[in-house]
Design a protein around this ligand. Sequence first.
Ligand code: GLY
Ligand code: MN
Ligand code: MN
Length: 370
Amino acid sequence: MNAATGTTVAAGVPGRLRRLREGLAEAGEDAAWLISKPENRRYLSGFTGSAGLLVISRDAACLVTDFRYVEQAQAEAPEYRVVRHGHPVSEALKPLLEELGIRRLMVEQDHLTVGRFEEFREQLAPVVLEPRAPAADRLRGVKDAAEIALIREAAAIATRALAQVVPAVRPGARERDVALELEFAIRRLGADASAFPAIVASGPRSALPHGAASDRVIRPGEFVTLDFGAACRGYHSDITRTFLTGEPTARQREVYEAVLRAQRAALEAVVPGRTTREVDAVAREALTGAGLGEYFGHGLGHGVGLAVHEFPSLSPSAEEVVLEAGMVVTVEPGAYLPGEGGVRVEDLVVVTETGAEVLTDFPKELTVLA
Ligand code: GLY
Ligand code: MN
Ligand code: MN
C-alpha cells in the first residue's frame, strides 16, 4: 500500500511491460505505443487516475499527465518517468518524443477520438500516427493471481448482495427499488461501486436483454431478471439470475429449463484449449434443439476484468480465441420472447488448468418468489 495515495501499486507491471515490448520488437526501433484507454493505462502502469497517456517504447516508459495527478502518478507508477503536461498536451508530448527518438506512434484505434487523432497528427508532425488494435487488450485477457483475487472478491460481494436482495424481489416492488437495494448491498459489502447500472427487468420487459431498471411494478407470475456486478479496486464481476414471482406455467418452466441446460452445458465446455466459438456453439445448439435458437440473439459471454466487457468475446461473430488458464469469462445464454418475457442465467468463471471454476456461486434452479 502506498502511504501517500492509499492505493496499491500493481506488482505485475514489470511483466506486463515486458510482454508489451515483445510485440514492439517487430515494430521497429523508432516506434512506441501511445496508450490512452483507461483500463490499459492502469494495467500497464498501476496508475489509477482518470487522465494520462502512456508512451512506451523499447527502452522508455513515460506517463504524461496533468497537474492534478503528478504526485499520485509518481507514487503509483514507479516504473514510469512522469511528465507533466499543460495545454495543449502536444507541448509536452512533442519534445518528449523527439528526445526518445520516436517517429512512429501506435495509437489505440478503438479509443483515441477522431478529434484527438487529428490534433496529434497535426501537432506532433513529423511523427506519424498509426492506428492499431490495442495489444494490451489481449495481454489483459489472461489474469494473474492478484487480478483473479480481486475479481473473486467482486464476485463474492455480488453473490452476497443477491442473497440479501432476493426478499425484495416480489410482486408490488418497483424494478428501480430492487436496483437500489442491490446498489446499497454491493457498497455496504465493501465494493467501490456497482460494475454497471443494474438490470432489473420484469414481465414482458425481461425479454429486453438489457432492460435497465424502470418504474415498472413487478406483478405475480412473471420472470424477473437481475443482472449486475460489483467493482473492487478496478476489477469487476457480472452475474445474472432470473426468478419467477409465482408458480410457473408449463411454457415458463420449459423456457427456464432450456436456458439453464444450455448454460450448464456451456460451463462444462469451458476448458483450456477449446475455443470461444466452440463454447458458444454448445449453448446455441442446446437452445436450438429446444426450439429457442432464434430467441438467443447475442454472444454467449465475454471477458471480465478491468472492463466489464473485454477480450475475449465468446461469440460466433467475434474472432475465435483459444481459451487459456487465467482467462475470466462469463457464460450467459438467454432466451427472449418478445412481448412474453425472457430468461438469462449468467455466471462468471475463471478458466483453470483443467476446466473452469465458477466465481458466482448462487443457486440456479427455478426459484419462485412470491
Ligand atoms: N450486463 C451485460 C452483460 O451481462 O454482459
Ligand atoms: Mn451481466
Ligand atoms: Mn455479462
